[in-house]
Design a protein around this ligand. Structure first.
Ligand code: UT7
Length: 335
């Protein structure tokens, strides 16, 4: 029997219109453009403005785009996995809300909470569903409305994050393309450095938790930075090693966009020049689960069938890892 692999066959994305620039942030907090650019690489981020808009409202256009490009109807989707730490509600799952909004009436689905590594964890999970032979069309969405949990008086976090969502379609292939290998890790002791204190069962929402600003992101930047540089670079490097690949064999690194300095460290460790690294942090900031699919979306036309690409992430949890994907198709503009 031929081996079934899970191929990415379509990519979609969505970023909101509103641009929160460094210049605007300078008017809100004690910061400056030079500090933000040099310490993070961010120049502006997109923010989802408007009452009643949530993560699903960014995921929906991304998923509809993949359906349109692939020429399929949402009713053909078997499973929807939504990686997010900013679900529309604690429950039901945002995946269910997305399915309802697009009419994916034949899909089951669930949310996956792995912060900035969520898309990678979702991709590996979705690939296993395809490889099992039981499912033919699995959608992985990575999206976050980070502006919903950012404290815009905290200059150490509000400069980094933005809103956005990306999505991919996974389908079976017998051409030895798609998700080839994943090296994923988690370490719950990292929770002390990056978390949201209240709103869960440990500290349910109360007047006190709101007054203490416990429904916002809490981050100790330096320990997270150190762990991210090591975790992301090690995972990407080890993935190359165990697949007997070097930087020369890799067409693209698709890194989580948390900090340009973390991206550079990972690329250096892999021996990759800057022109092989997807970087859009300057325009979107850190969209958490959205960063990697948004990169694929932006660079899709430059990807060619058979390209080896490495996706790498590090985030809250701690969670981290790297995934090797052999690209499955040429986009019309790339042929
Ligand atoms: O994607 C999820 C995972 N998250 C990450 O990967 C984030 C990892 N961490 C980072 O990217 C960095 O730690 C930050 C960008 C968050 C912070 O950069 P840093 O170089 O680690 O800065 P720092 O926290 O060590 O602060 C250095 C100085 C401090 O001033 P003093 O104490 O040296 O006088 C801060 O108060 O920079 C100050 N500072 C700022 N100055 C201007 C902190 N934030 C700002 C700011 N503008 N926005």
């Amino acid at each position: 029997m031929q081996k079934i692999t899970a191929a990415i066959t379509s990519v979609g994305g969505y970023v909101p219109e509103y641009r929160l620039t460094n210049a605007i942030l300078e008017t809100m907090i004690d910061t400056n453009d030079e500090w933000i650019r040099s310490r993070t690489g961010v120049e502006e981020r997109r923010i989802l403005k408007g009452e009643g808009l949530a993560t699903s409202d960014m995921a929906v256009p991304a998923v509809l785009e993949i359906c349109k490009k692939r020429g399929i109807d949402p009713t053909e989707i078997d499973c929807m996995i939504c990686a997010t730490v900013t679900p529309d509600m604690i429950f039901p799952a945002t995946a269910n809300i997305i399915c309802d909004k697009i009419g994916a009436i034949n899909a089951w689905g669930f949310d996956l909470s792995a912060a900035c590594s969520g898309f990678l964890f979702g991709l590996t999970t979705g690939a296993a569903l395809i490889e099992s032979g039981r499912y033919k069309k699995v959608v992985i969405v990575g999206g976050d409305k980070m502006s919903a949990i950012v404290d815009y008086t905290d200059r150490t976090t509000c400069i980094i994050f933005g809103d956005g969502a990306g999505a991919v379609l996974l389908e079976p292939s017998t051409e030895d393309v798609g998700v080839m290998d994943s090296l994923l890790k988690s370490d719950g002791s990292g929770k002390n450095y990056l978390h949201m204190k209240a709103g869960g069962s440990l500290r349910p929402a109360s007047v006190e938790t709101v007054q203490a600003k416990e429904h916002y992101i809490f981050q100790e930047g330096q320990p997270v930075f150190k762990a991210a540089v090591k975790g992301m670079a090690d995972a990407a490097y080890d993935l190359l090693q165990r697949n007997h690949l070097t930087g020369d064999d890799i067409a693209w690194l698709v890194p989580h966009q948390a900090n340009k300095r973390i991206i550079d460290a990972t690329a250096n460790r892999m021996g990759l020049p800057a022109e092989k690294v997807m970087v859009n942090i300057q325009r979107y900031g850190n969209t958490t689960a959205g960063t990697i699919p948004l990169c694929l979306w932006e660079w899709e036309s430059q990807l060619h069938k058979g390209d080896n690409i490495v996706l790498a992430a590090f985030g809250g949890g701690f969670t981290w890892g790297a995934t090797l994907v052999k690209w499955a198709y040429d986009t019309p503009s790339a042929t």
